[in-house]
Design a protein around this ligand. Structure first.
Ligand code: TXA
Ligand code: MG
Length: 344
């Protein structure tokens, strides 16, 4: 299949026509790029799973461009959910509801719930409105890889597998949306993201976090968001997080690098602006300044992919504070490191 690249500033009718005919279009959102198909067309949605190589029990988020669309997809939309929508929609908050009968089972991975998100990105909104359907859209990466935050990375994974890719520049948030389960007694964060726990707590009295998020899943905890159990965000390199006092972390990483170099391995370090000059790695990347977690979130996946461009065997990463969007950053980083954490 020949994939066409469309600039976000161009007429998006051709992209919408592809969706209407049951095809696949990758498009920018404010979080990461999404791989979109008509959510109400099972056959179109099945092609998403094929293009990504995604396990079929991992459900997709349905993207809408207005609240009216929600009431066709979901039942039992609570007052609390309305408060959240007032506060955070459009934006990087996905809400899980009981699914209505129009939602195909392939979208929900066989669950009786559906995850719905109203993205704020104008291009994504336009694509939904022009096609006239809610769009099922996972992140537009090969399953298991870090999510793409620019069109170049989408092309890398999906060229020849989708009809079109809309280029909308760099994603604003860089980590995926917060997934919040509204079907449990107390709304529960299933995946941390752009809308933080602190932000949710300003609207809801009671919010909780799925314990499976913070633990290695070898501890028997089965996550409620099926996607959280799979290998994720993994570059080809083996990733380790080194945590503790900065001087000790730097010394530890440099000692490890020396040993790896003796063994003929290439080593990358994911550092910050403030620390990038401290390491003797083959490739040290700054993910941003430690003063600004939002810019780190926006750069994280791109840096993980850059280590692969340079064929690093091993990557050491600093740890970041788990406050605000730091919770999402560390969740993604810990998964990319398969929970390999070295405390010093
Ligand atoms: O920011 C985002 O959410 C991006 C952009 C493209 O919108 N999309 C995204 O989709 O990250 P995906 O498929 O990569 O991740 C969706 C997550 C998975 O962990 C999945 O298991 C969970 O949401 N999920 C989807 N439907 C669910 C449901 N009914 N119940 C629980 N978890 C669900
Ligand atoms: Mg994904």
């Amino acid at each position: 299949m020949k994939t066409i690249i469309i600039s976000h500033s161009k007429d998006l009718n051709s992209a919408a026509d592809i969706i209407k005919k049951g095809g696949l279009v990758a498009a920018p959102t404010e979080t990461v790029y999404g791989l979109c198909a008509n959510a109400l067309n099972s056959c179109a949605v099945s092609n998403i799973f094929i293009a990504k190589g995604r396990p079929s029990d991992n459900p997709l988020i349905v993207h809408i461009a207005g609240r009216d669309m929600l009431y066709n997809l979901a039942i039992d939309v609570s007052e609390e959910a309305v408060l959240l929508m007032d506060a955070f929609w459009p934006g990087p908050l996905t809400l899980v509801f009981k699914a209505s009968s129009i939602v195909p089972k392939i979208v929900t991975g066989g669950l009786d719930t559906v995850a719905v998100r109203f993205p704020s990105h104008p291009t994504m909104q336009k694509l939904i409105n022009l096609s006239g359907f809610p769009l099922a859209a996972p992140s537009a990466n090969t399953s298991g890889k870090p999510s793409p935050t620019n069109a170049k990375r989408v092309i890398e994974d999906l060229d020849g597998k989708v009809e079109a890719i809309i280029d909308g520049g760099n994603s604003e948030f860089g980590v995926e949306s917060t997934v919040l389960d509204m079907t449990s007694k107390v709304p529960t964060i299933l995946r941390p993201g752009g809308i933080t726990l602190e932000m949710l707590q300003q609207v809801l009295e009671d919010v909780t976090v799925d314990p499976a998020i913070s633990h290695s899943l070898s501890n028997n905890a089965l996550p409620k968001a099926p996607g959280m159990k799979y290998t994720h965000y993994s570059p080809n390199a083996e990733v380790f997080i080194v945590r503790g006092d900065l001087k000790k972390v730097t010394d530890k990483i440099n000692t490890l690098i020396q040993a790896h170099h003796k063994a003929g391995k290439t080593v990358g370090v994911l550092a910050t602006e403030e620390t990038k000059h401290l390491f003797n790695a083959n490739l040290t990347l700054s993910v941003g300044t430690s003063q600004n977690l939002s810019t780190i979130a926006a750069q994280l996946f791109e840096d993980l992919r850059t280590f692969d461009d340079h064929h690093m065997d091993i990557v050491y990463s600093l740890a970041f504070p788990k406050t605000g969007i730091g919770e999402a950053i560390m969740n993604r980083l810990e998964k990319s490191a398969a929970h390999n954490i070295i405390d010093v």
